[in-house]
Design a protein around this ligand. Structure first.
Ligand code: ACM
Length: 509
């Protein structure tokens, strides 16, 4: 008889799971057998389980637990897996290693939640319920964006952030590395990007613009740290998609190298305000060379097939008055400064494409991005329709459902967040990344969904987790499983909360 005790409250929900009576128990003698290529998944399971359980899971040819990669398996795609748990054996199968990595997270969730703790737990039977699970995602892009430009976060925290994404089968970590208020990635040819652009004198307090904290803020990663992050994420089946903002949101770069702007003699500070900054990159050849040099190094550090070029919120006032911009208009035959925004992204995007990667940009209207860009739609659901209909691949990042910098409720004791909206757990859970009525051909272009955490009002890892959880659980469920009934999700989330607690996640009640 099937049962559904709380420990089977999986998030995200598997496509197909049947639980039966009985259980498998891991013990000190439990051994693992892995087929060729599956070793990294076994390593991940060992790394994840050993702190709490002390299990070593060494190799044996007649082991009870088998990880099997089989390129002939069909119907599972690149991330799907099959998991068969019997009283005496566990078989995890996938076509690709990533599928095994997803299955490892399911095994982890099926164990008692103490298995997720960071310190040795004694007297807990490490049991898995007998089950037959076949599981694959409904969407290939299930992302989470963290803005480390507004408030820098130390690398050890980013590693934990990735661990928590992996638990939820999120597969994209979008790292927002540069903005008006800070530049966080070193570029050998332009050392001042981090030396100067990595620090600001103080930060605005609140949204009104009349209060500042008087405290310097800064930080930058080393190349070695970023490479370690990429490896850590890859070992968990997560791609780190780097974002370098251009041509707007570039004030930190312009503070370091003012000649890349529209007023070569200007002296600029790294921005201390929040909001949209009028200062943007210029349109001279040297700026395009700068972008290509930066992106060369970015592509060297980040193997991601996608490179995010920003592209949002680029005020045109400087270009409208710039002789260089007017020369560009004449030379290109384009009409009006607005067209230069698409031209600029097209130039840089072509460089990314020529290097075998795919450019990604935020869309403001659904129509302004060059054709080969993947469109990250945030402002309005109709932009997703417009972009997908034009043939762009689309990531649906609609702000009223995926921006986690908005507070989770309007309760009086809710910490101040981005003003203007509340994004409740139900809003995240109920957001279908495929807009209603989208024809099948366009719907096929919707890659998936993504959570955004802009950090103007978010300074500490604790606050990041408070804003991220449990909303990310809902986004992960939605992205992996497709729309699920609210009551079903809410029941599973109650069970899942024991896991978040075991991991000491500071989550919203
Ligand atoms: C954005 O929120 N400016 C992408």
């Amino acid at each position: 008889m099937p049962t559904s005790p709380p420990h089977t409250a999986l998030v995200p929900r598997p496509s197909n799971a049947r639980f039966t009576h009985g259980h498998f128990t891991f013990g000190p003698d439990t051994r693992l057998r892995v087929s060729a290529g599956a070793e990294p998944a076994a390593d991940l399971l060992r790394d994840l389980l050993s702190p709490a359980t002390g299990l070593t899971l060494g190799h044996a040819v007649d082991a009870a637990v088998v990880f099997h990669l089989d390129s002939a398996l069909t119907g599972l795609g690149g991330e799907g897996y099959g998991l068969t748990i019997g009283p005496n054996s566990v078989l995890l199968r996938a076509r690709e290693l990533t599928g095994l990595l997803r299955g490892v997270q399911t095994v982890r969730q099926l164990l008692p939640s103490e298995a997720l703790m960071a310190t040795p737990q004694r007297g807990v039977p490490w049991t898995l319920p007998c089950a037959e699970i076949t599981d694959l995602p409904s969407r290939p892009w299930r992302g989470a964006m963290l803005d480390v430009a507004r408030h820098f976060q130390p690398m050890p925290y980013l590693l934990r952030y990735v661990d928590l994404l992996a638990l939820h089968k999120i597969n994209i970590f979008h790292l927002h590395l540069t903005d008006d208020q800070g530049w966080r990635m070193p570029v050998a040819a332009y050392p001042k990007l981090t030396e100067i652009g990595g620090h600001r004198a103080q930060s605005m307090v609140g949204a009104s613009g009349d209060r500042y904290d008087g405290t310097a803020h800064g930080g930058a990663y080393t190349r070695t740290e970023l490479a370690r992050l990429v490896d850590h994420a890859r070992a968990r089946g997560i791609t780190v998609v780097p974002e370098i903002e251009m041509p707007g949101h570039a004030r930190a770069a312009l503070a370091a190298y003012p000649h890349l702007g529209n007023h070569p003699d200007q002296v600029l500070d790294v921005w201390t305000r929040w909001g949209v900054c009028d200062t943007v990159l210029g349109l001279h050849d040297e700026v395009l060379d700068f972008c290509r040099t930066v992106l060369d190094e970015v592509m060297d550090v980040f193997p991601s097939p996608y490179i995010h070029l920003g592209g949002d919120e680029c005020p045109l006032a400087e270009w409208e008055r710039s002789p260089v911009a007017h020369d560009r208009l004449r030379a290109t035959g384009l009409d009006g400064a607005a067209a230069l925004h698409g031209w600029f992204l097209g130039q840089v995007g072509a460089f990314v494409t020529a290097n075998g990667r795919r450019p990604v940009g935020w869309t403001e209207t659904g129509t302004e991005l060059p054709r080969d860009f993947t469109a990250m739609v945030w402002r309005d659901p109709v932009h997703a329709v417009a972009a997908a209909t034009r043939g762009h691949d689309v990531v649906n990042a609609y702000h009223r459902a995926t921006y986690f910098d908005y507070p989770q409720s309007d309760a009086a004791d809710e910490p101040a967040g981005q003003p203007g909206a509340v994004v409740a757990l139900q809003d995240v859970h109920g957001h279908d990344p495929v807009p209603d009525g989208l024809p099948a051909r366009a719907a096929a272009h919707i890659l998936g969904t993504q959570a955004q955490l802009w950090t103007e009002y978010v300074t500490t890892p604790d606050r990041i987790e408070y804003l991220t959880y449990p909303r990310l659980c809902a986004l992960a469920d939605n992205g992996w499983s497709g729309p699920t009934p609210w009551a079903d999700f809410a029941t599973r989330l109650r069970g899942h909360t024991a896991r978040l607690n075991a991991l000491q996640v500071t989550s919203h009640p």
